[in-house]
Design a protein around this ligand. Sequence first.
Ligand SMILES: [Zn+2]
Ligand SMILES: [Zn+2]
Length: 70
Amino acid sequence: MCRICHEGSSQEDLLSPCECMGTLGTIHRSCLEHWLSSSNTNFCELCHFRFAVERKPRPLVECIVQQPGW
Ligand SMILES: [Zn+2]
Ligand SMILES: [Zn+2]
């Protein structure tokens, strides 16, 4: 059973990407990617295993907020 969406359907492979054991460690790939991007983290909250995540560079917009003098 996927720990994110709590569904065990076999339409998608269940990964065990971290060091959590049993049902805590099985996640759909798409659920994992969604969770990582929405929580803005790249490690498991439970076992603190670091996932190998490729992050795209931030858009330039985020680099020009809060400049001194504004
Ligand atoms: Zn899932
Ligand atoms: Zn874990």
